[in-house]
Design a protein around this ligand. Structure first.
Ligand code: FMN
Length: 297
């Protein structure tokens, strides 16, 4: 389970099959799915099932979110055959999710989170972990750890921001020392991982067992192999990523539209990137993207 030290984080709308494959190719040692609705799984929603790992993926965790314990248990039972471990999302800050008591709202009631973990643990045979923020409005890590200590987990991932902070402000990495001192289970770090130094700091200073890369991998899967690609390589890889998107999502115009958020990140900083951004809405096909890339110098 979770073999490796540096992997791709769960990211809604990003950590899909094509992006996971690209990151694995460049050295991500493990990956996560994006967060998957437990309600969608239980209701057999086909779009939800599309987010699950594909047959050729290895060393991948399936992340589920929800607030109803029975539904979470049922969905964990159903998804366990698709992945190598199951991850519980206790960090998503999005209003639509927290309003229903899921994601980081679970941090408001660490006892309920612990109960949920205990019930899922009883029902699945795959390893089980949880990904938390450090609190909802303020740092609540002590109380969260008190609850998590009482349950049987294979790992804990900490994104050291509160729900209130969303993705702004600096990740409060020092809290990792506190968590390290208070748990025997594997500890994973998330938060502001943009360079190899960020990764090394988590290992050397905070003694975590693994690190997950999130925003730092979008448009830069080379972070996993610690290499700066040439502009030609960036263009080649982004087109390969786009071809994978088209073959996975089937409808070319939709796959291209979904890809534009990656495209802007791949070309970020190159001369001509501004012209590319200006034309994003015109892109309908693979050849539209190929032609647009000629604007890069
Ligand atoms: C667009 C986006 C989507 C995300 N979706 C998820 C998600 O589905 N599940 C989850 O646990 N975290 C999610 N996260 C949080 C990341 O996994 C990570 O913890 C966070 O971005 C902090 O890492 P970073 O500062 O290195 O980006 C998301 C983050 C971003 C930017």
């Amino acid at each position: 389970m979770l073999n490796g030290k540096v992997g791709l984080a769960p990211m809604a709308d990003y950590s899909d099959y094509p992006f996971r494959k690209i990151c694995s190719k460049f050295g991500a040692e493990f990956t996560f799915t994006e967060m998957i609705s437990s309600e969608g799984i239980v209701r057999n929603n086909s779009r939800t099932y599309e987010m699950l790992p594909q047959d050729d993926e290895k060393n991948i965790g399936v992340q589920i979110f929800g607030s109803n314990i029975q539904v979470m248990v049922e969905s964990a039972r159903k998804v366990q055959q698709y992945g190598d471990w199951i991850d519980i999302n206790a960090g998503c800050p999005v209003s639509k999710v927290v309003r229903r008591g899921a994601g980081s709202a679970l941090l408001l009631d660490p006892d309920k989170l612990a109960h949920m973990i205990r019930e899922i643990r009883k029902s699945v045979s795959k390893p089980l972990g949880v990904k938390v923020r450090i609190g909802y409005e303020k740092d609540n890590m002590q109380q969260i750890m008190e609850s998590l200590k009482k349950v049987d987990l294979d790992y804990i991932i900490v994104h050291p921001r509160t729900r209130e902070q969303l993705y702004s402000g600096k990740a409060y990495r020092e809290i990792l020392s506190y968590v390290r001192a208070n748990t025997q289970v594997m500890l994973g770090a998330s938060g502001d991982i943009f360079t190899r130094q960020d990764i090394e700091e988590c290992f050397n200073k905070y003694k975590v067992d693994f690190v997950i890369v999130a925003r730092g991998a979008i448009g830069n899967p080379w972070i996993f192999c610690d290499r700066i690609p040439s502009h030609d390589e960036i263009k080649t890889v982004l087109l390969e990523h786009l071809r994978m998107n088209i073959s996975f999502y089937k409808i070319e115009s939709m796959a291209v539209r979904m890809f534009t958020k990656f495209l802007v990140r791949y070309v970020n900083g190159m001369q001509g990137a501004r012209e590319i951004r200006r034309h994003l809405n015109d892109l309908k096909s693979y050849s539209d993207v190929e032609n647009l890339l000629t604007m890069l110098r």
